[in-house]
Design a binder for this molecule. Sequence first.
Ligand code: B16
Ligand code: MG
Length: 218
Amino acid sequence: MKSNIKAFIFDLDGVIVDTATYHYRSWQHLCKSFGFEFSEADNEQLKGASRMHSLEIILELAGETRSEEEKIRMCAEKNTWYLESIKEITNQDTLPGVQAFIKLAREANYLIALGSASKNAIAIINQLGLTSFFDVMVDGNMVTKGKPDPEGFLLAAQKLCVKPNHCLVFEDAAKGIQAAQKAGMYTVGIGDPRHLGAADMVIETLLNQTPKGILEHI
Ligand code: B16
Ligand code: MG
């Protein structure tokens, strides 16, 4: 049992809500404009990466180059499609078990933070009606370096006033697990163990999980 854990830090996309799918479709839409077939396997590399870093990965995969100005325009276009596609998401669209898990964690007095690379994260949390679940929220606007850099998770720990090694991070992306480990935090991967094998523990979903049960296994 990890009794020194005081805080849980949750990634947004792919952990709280399945917006990863909408990110993927929006990038696919953009890729069509220059004739690139963007596959689901390639998309795995984008999970947790910032918007601009994601575009740079795509351009490299496609063997394309663009000016800085053009890249900014392409990111804005992708974000417009993305925002349009998530317009209708509500509290009912959160991933299985996540709300119940956070409620249990709050009742047990763990501190709760959001640690997302997305610049849309805080607006999405508001849209889902989950703002009161979090003691602090860190999003992509508050950092200069994206995952796998630990900056965002370290900022979340600092805002919570807890040491990094007292934090447990929940992530769906290999880049997010790397970022948390570089920050010196414990990790739970949510999703496919083939991508998340480096985490202290990997689970399919948070459904029927409890903070006590997770802490007994890491
Ligand atoms: P935005 P997370 C990340 O969010 C996503 O995993 C990643 O696919 C996305 O490119 C990134 O946010 C930036 O998102 O374009 O909304 O700023 O998983 O760290 O919550
Ligand atoms: Mg994610």
